[in-house]
Design a protein around this ligand. Sequence first.
Ligand SMILES: *[C@@H]1O[C@H](CO)[C@@H](O)[C@H](O)[C@H]1NC(C)=O
Ligand SMILES: *[C@@H]1O[C@H](CO)[C@@H](O)[C@H](O)[C@H]1NC(C)=O
Ligand SMILES: *[C@@H]1O[C@H](CO)[C@@H](O)[C@H](O)[C@H]1NC(C)=O
Ligand SMILES: *[C@@H]1O[C@H](CO)[C@@H](O)[C@H](O)[C@H]1NC(C)=O
Ligand SMILES: *[C@@H]1O[C@H](CO)[C@@H](O)[C@H](O)[C@H]1NC(C)=O
Length: 327
Amino acid sequence: MRTTFVAAALAACVATTSANPAPRAQKRQSQQDPNLDISSNLQNILANTHGSDLYTYPTDLTRGIIPKPIHSHNDYWRDVPFYSALSVGCVSVEADVWLYNETLHVGHEQAALTQSRTFDSLYIQPILSVLQRENPTSLFADEKTHNGVFDASAGQTLYLFVDLKTDGAETFPYVIRALEPLRSAGYLTSYNGTHITEGAVTVIGTGNTPLDQVAPVANRDYFYDANLALLSTTQQNITSDISPIASTQFSRYIGEINGTEFNSTQLATLQDQLAVAKERGIGGRYWDTPAWPVSKRNAVWSELTRAGVALLNADDLPAAAGFTGEW
Ligand SMILES: *[C@@H]1O[C@H](CO)[C@@H](O)[C@H](O)[C@H]1NC(C)=O
Ligand SMILES: *[C@@H]1O[C@H](CO)[C@@H](O)[C@H](O)[C@H]1NC(C)=O
Ligand SMILES: *[C@@H]1O[C@H](CO)[C@@H](O)[C@H](O)[C@H]1NC(C)=O
Ligand SMILES: *[C@@H]1O[C@H](CO)[C@@H](O)[C@H](O)[C@H]1NC(C)=O
Ligand SMILES: *[C@@H]1O[C@H](CO)[C@@H](O)[C@H](O)[C@H]1NC(C)=O
């Protein structure tokens, strides 16, 4: 039953990666079913973010959207990537950023970049807009509220993975600067040298993010995506204060799955990696999990869920939406 459900729900949802282009089949499917993107939740968001104050309830924007431990890979063919992810309840989104002429552009590959699709316009401003909706100033709220993006779970942080595609040392300062609207509004999870204060948005640098611009910084509101597979070796000294979530490439570190079963080595590797992370208070995520055939993809999804990953990578958000009953 579970497997069948997963099969239905996760058609193409699982894991292509932050490093690999999405398979063509997924793109085709997305183009064939444009209406799948327009869930009623997304319609509510789109109808209400641009203008009206006439909410039936001030924080109505994301009402009824149940957050799920799904990481939405930045689908470059989506017009509204953040809102699409939000509408199905993904607690984690990812922006691939490229620095050109002092501006961070968003796109999965260079050919997909345009002047208007920037990190600010596609992520920072939409996230800020939703947070302002969820934290209205009113005569009734004595103090500023710190609700997250999900009305149904106000304490749930939104993970914002920023995948640096251009030179890390040069690009990362621009990312830090780009966060300023969220920072000044008090929405970012921060670290003060001893403690983490959880905020509505937790920023995690990945891709070319330079560790040496994160780890030694005592006061910061950004974190680092460590390599889940290396936590017990070369990244032994990375703590959850640096890396609240660590990710790794499934195909490289777990390997090819024969049929639908992890062999004993693979299962042990998976369990070891997650155990090491858990002991350190670090959540785990795998990318580049098998996408085909469906039976294999689903079996991997189920195994990862059983093993206790913090986030499952997703590409097909409408399919992920159907996963509700599983969480
Ligand atoms: C960067 O700026 C230069 C000079 O203004 C311009 O020629 C070029 O097209 C710009 N490139 C991008 C990607 O915006
Ligand atoms: C960091 O935050 C914690 C919790 O708010 C506080 O107790 C501590 O004094 C802060 N440390 C510094 C160095 O500001
Ligand atoms: C971890 O150890 C490496 C060397 O093994 C060092 O270069 C790095 O700065 C250390 N990182 C932290 C966060 O202590
Ligand atoms: C499990 O599969 C991996 C990857 O194909 C392989 O390297 C390993 O030897 C296998 N282990 C067993 C016990 O079959
Ligand atoms: C894959 O599994 C099948 C069936 O269990 C087995 O016959 C075959 O030898 C396995 N192949 C590899 C490469 O482990």
